[in-house]
Design a protein around this ligand. Structure first.
Ligand code: ZN
Length: 386
């Protein structure tokens, strides 16, 4: 574990812990994290947070970005973030040119920009995602690796953007400066991150291992100004599919100006506490559904299972036979004291016990696949639907 000695936004060292967790992560042991708030500016962050090595292992082994509904063909017209970025660039750089996305994922954003007449470049650390991005954009357009390991040419791009990446990094100023340095002097620089607001719209599991930093519109703007950027426009998106998002459109400032930002400590603390109340109610509901189960398999060895075991104490109340996961990488690993087995192994040893499906997004899909393996309907425990 590592620690922020100072707040990444304001530089002060006055933190207050809002929530402490101990999550057992598949193949990686126990992670003890605190979610803290800076009393001087209101930035929320994990502190302590995992080391770079832990995170790299986590991203390469644990998170699998094989989206179940991944389609090679994208719709004709972009939506959500992709639409926002395309339209921002149409407005602020109608003459177009070269664009760079740091952390380009599977290249969806760049695909639409390419179609819109931009010469599109990206870099991406995930091998699986970068493969897709190369498929979409071409080998010479995508660099594989973390941005701090890649030589990004300076003062070269007419536009640079980073979308839903900065919340994952431990050095947000570093990656922002990299974006700024890559842009030409009159270039447009865009950042989009999840936004700490509207607690009722923050989903269970919003405080997560993947997100080290939890920005608000105010704290991300202050950070950009600290890096020498000037905010041209701020767009709040409360309809973003996972949680509210904020997008700031910036240009290089002629002189560094940091506005006198409002201290959001009270406001953001209130939002996080409201979220935690709802989150507790959520897990209490889950625990209730698990009552009376003395023996079961759990399906899926992801973060959601780590959170469920921590929040409900289910492993102390029931015998968890094994955790089943379809990812070949996770087979044979441990999550706490529980072994992860493949679907095939599960099918071989299954004797009619309960199977608890632990997934927000794929519950129906997993339940269906369990029925196909011969698990009877009354033994499939759904936590969210039905
Ligand atoms: Zn601060």
């Amino acid at each position: 574990m590592m620690k922020f000695e100072k707040c990444v936004v304001c530089g002060e060292a006055d933190f207050e812990v809002l929530k402490s967790v101990e999550w057992q992560i598949t193949g990686q042991g126990t992670f003890k994290l605190n979610f803290s708030i800076c009393r001087t500016c209101g930035q929320v962050a994990q502190n302590p947070f995992p080391t770079m090595e832990q995170v790299e292992t986590f991203y390469s082994e644990n998170i699998n970005y094989h989206l179940p509904n991944f389609v090679a063909e994208l719709p004709e017209e972009p939506f959500s973030t992709r639409l926002r970025i395309r339209d921002a660039l149409r407005r602020f750089k109608p003459e177009k040119g070269k664009v760079l996305e740091i952390g380009c994922g599977s290249g969806e954003n760049l695909f639409y920009l390419q179609k819109d007449g931009w010469d599109s470049y990206g870099c991406e650390p995930s091998p699986h995602c970068s493969e897709k991005a190369i498929e979409r954009l071409g080998k010479e357009k995508v660099s594989v690796g973390f941005s701090h390991d890649i030589d990004i040419p300076e003062v070269s791009y007419d536009a640079v953007f980073i979308s839903h990446v900065i919340e994952h990094v431990r050095d947000p100023k570093g990656i922002m400066r990299q974006a700024m340095n890559a842009a030409k002097d009159d270039g447009v620089i865009i950042f989009e991150v999840p936004c700490t607001r509207q607690p009722h719209r923050l989903m269970p599991g919003w405080l997560s291992l993947e997100h080290i930093l939890y920005f608000s519109a105010g704290t991300i703007s202050r950070l950009a100004e600290e890096c020498g950027l000037e905010i041209v426009e701020t767009i709040l998106d409360d309809e973003y599919h996972l949680y509210p998002a904020v997008c700031i459109i910036c240009k290089k400032a002629s002189a560094k100006v940091v506005h006198n930002h409002f201290n959001e400590y009270e406001l953001n603390k209130h939002i996080v506490n409201e979220f935690l109340k709802a989150d507790k109610a959520h897990w209490d509901g889950v625990a209730k559904k698990l009552e009376g189960i003395s023996e079961a398999y759990i399906y899926a060895a992801g973060n959601h299972t780590s959170q469920l075991l921590f929040e409900t104490g289910f492993a102390d109340k029931a015998n968890i036979i094994n955790i089943v996961d379809s990812s070949p990488i996770k087979e044979g690993m441990s999550l706490g004291k529980h072994k992860v087995i493949s679907r095939q192994r599960f099918q071989e040893q299954y004797k009619g016990e309960k199977v608890v499906v632990v997934s927000y997004f794929s519950e129906a899909e997993i339940a269906k696949s369990l029925a196909e393996l011969g698990v009877k309907e009354e033994n499939i425990v759904r936590l969210y639907t039905g």
